[in-house]
Design a protein around this ligand. Structure first.
Ligand code: GAL
Length: 388
C-alpha cells in the first residue's frame, strides 16, 4: 500500500514536471490512437484497449490477434519507454509482413514437423506454412484472427481485457471445436499477467503462447544484443536445419546456450563453430526450464530475467510452462517500419515465449500437449517490470 502510494506520488510529480514538454501524458508516453484501430474486417470489429495502473504504466492491446500493441514501463531517467514492437493502426497490422509482433500464436506455438501428428492412433495433417512444416498454428492461426474482447476491472481492482476465440473443428487441420480465452491483467506491481483458458469438444493438441518482440531500450533503433539475460534452464532442445527439435535435451553447460548467469545476448551469438547457433543463425531455440521458484509467484517458476543497463529496465518472466523459446530477431531486415517510425532492425527485438516444447506431439519424451473434452487447458504467465 505504502509502496503504491509512493509510486503514485512519483508518477504525479513526473507528470507535473514534464507537463507540456514530453508527450501527451507528460511522461514521454505517446498513446496509440483508438480511431486508428476502429476497423471492421471479416465481419468483426477491431478495437484498441488501454489499461493503466496507478504508477502510470500503460498497456495497449488490440483484439486483432489478441495482441499487445504498446507497453510503456518506467525507465531510470524518469520517463516511460515503450518496450514492445508494434504498429500504429489496424491497417498497418493487417498489411505488415511480420505477422508476429505482439499476438497470441496457436493453436500450436512454434513448429510441427511436416505439419503432422498422431493422436489416438489417427494421423492428422495440418496446413503447412514454412518449409513444409507448420509454424505458429498456420497461415490462419490465432495471430490473424479477430477475437471477441471485453475490458473490465477484476475483483482486485486491476484493469484487464479478456479476449475469446472459437477455433472451429478442422481449422488449419486441427481437430475439435476449441474455445480459448486469454486475459491480460495489469497489476499495481507493474506486471502484465497473461492467463489462458481453453476447452475442446474432441481430442486435440494445444500450445498457445504470447509472441511479443521486446526491446528494453524502448526503441528498435538500438540492438538488444546489449541486454543482460538470465534463463533459468540447465538444458535446451537442439534442432535440425529447419529448427525442428531432434528430440534430444542437451545440457547448456559449457556452451553459448548457458544463460544461467546474466550474460549479454550478443556476447556469444556469433560463435561460428557451435552448430545450434549456426543452424538458427543465432538464438532461436527452446530452453527446458528448471522450474526454480524465487518465492514470489505462487504456481509459477521464474523462467528468465532481462536487464538493459542503458535504461535500467528489468523484465522478469514467471510461468507454469515447461519451456521458453528465445528468438533474438536475427531474421529481421530493417525493411519494416513500426510505431513512431521505429525500424525493425536485425537483432533489435527479442521474443521470449513461454510454452510447451516445439514439435512436442512428435516426441514422446516431451511434455504432452493433448487436450481432451472435459479437461481445461490453463497457462499462467507473468511479465514483471522493475528498475535496477
Ligand atoms: C519464433 C520462431 C522464429 C520465427 C519467429 C517469428 O517463435 O522461433 O523462428 O519464426 O517466431 O518470426
Amino acid at each position: 500500500m505504502t509502496r503504491n502510494l509512493i509510486r503514485s506520488a512519483a508518477a504525479a510529480l513526473l507528470a507535473v514536471t514534464c507537463a507540456g514538454c514530453c508527450g501527451n501524458k507528460g511522461t514521454g508516453i505517446e498513446l496509440l490512437q483508438e480511431e486508428a484501430f476502429n476497423k471492421t474486417a471479416d465481419g468483426k470489429v477491431i478495437s484498441l484497449y488501454t489499461l493503466e495502473n496507478s504508477n502510470g504504466m500503460t498497456v495497449q492491446l488490440t483484439n486483432y490477434g489478441a495482441r499487445i500493441a504498446a507497453l510503456w514501463v518506467p525507465s531510470s531517467d524518469g520517463s516511460f519507454k515503450d518496450v514492445v514492437w508494434g504498429y500504429d493502426s489496424a491497417d498497418a497490422y493487417l498489411n505488415a509482413k511480420d505477422k508476429y509482433s505482439g499476438p497470441v500464436v496457436g493453436r500450436y506455438g512454434n513448429r510441427i514437423k511436416d505439419g503432422k501428428f498422431t493422436l489416438d492412433g489417427k494421423e492428422y495433417q495440418l496446413t503447412v506454412n514454412e518449409n513444409g512444416n507448420q509454424l505458429h498454428g498456420g497461415k490462419g492461426g490465432f495471430s490473424t484472427r479477430i477475437w471477441d474482447a471485453e475490458q473490465f476491472t477484476d475483483a482486485a481492482g486491476n484493469p484487464a481485457v479478456k479476449m475469446t476465440l472459437l477455433s472451429k473443428d478442422g481449422e488449419e487441420g486441427y481437430p475439435g471445436n476449441l474455445t480459448i480465452s486469454v486475459t491480460y491483467t495489469l497489476t499495481p506491481e507493474n506486471e502484465v499477467v497473461i492467463d489462458y483458458n481453453a476447452t475442446t469438444d474432441a481430442p486435440t493438441i494445444l500450445n498457445p503462447t504470447s509472441h511479443v518482440y521486446y526491446n528494453l531500450h524502448g526503441t528498435s533503433a538500438k540492438s538488444t544484443d546489449s541486454h543482460l539475460m538470465t534463463i533459468y534452464a540447465d538444458g535446451y532442445t537442439p534442432t535440425d536445419a529447419e529448427l525442428i527439435p531432434t528430440g534430444e535435451i542437451a545440457p547448456v553447460e559449457g556452451t553459448p546456450m548457458d544463460f544461467r548467469t546474466a550474460t549479454a545476448i550478443g556476447a556469444r551469438m556469433d560463435t561460428p563453430d557451435f552448430e545450434p547457433l549456426r543452424l538458427g543463425k543465432g538464438y532461436d531455440h527452446n530452453w527446458v526450464l528448471n522450474k526454480t521458484t524465487d518465492g514470489t509467484h505462487t504456481g509459477a517458476h521464474i523462467a528468465a530475467e532481462v536487464y538493459e543497463p542503458g535504461t535500467g529496465i528489468v523484465m522478469k518472466i514467471y510461468t507454469d510452462q515447461p519451456g521458453l523459446q528465445f528468438y533474438a530477431g536475427q531474421g529481421m531486415d530493417g525493411k519494416e517500419t513500426g510505431k513512431r517510425g521505429d525500424i525493425h532492425n536485425v537483432r533489435s527485438g527479442i521474443a521470449l515465449e513461454t510454452q510447451n516444447f516445439p514439435d512436442a506431439p512428435n516426441h514422446e519424451n516431451f511434455p504432452s500437449s493433448v487436450l481432451r473434452p472435459g479437461e481445461t487447458y490453463t497457462q499462467h504467465t507473468v511479465y514483471a517490470f522493475s528498475l535496477k
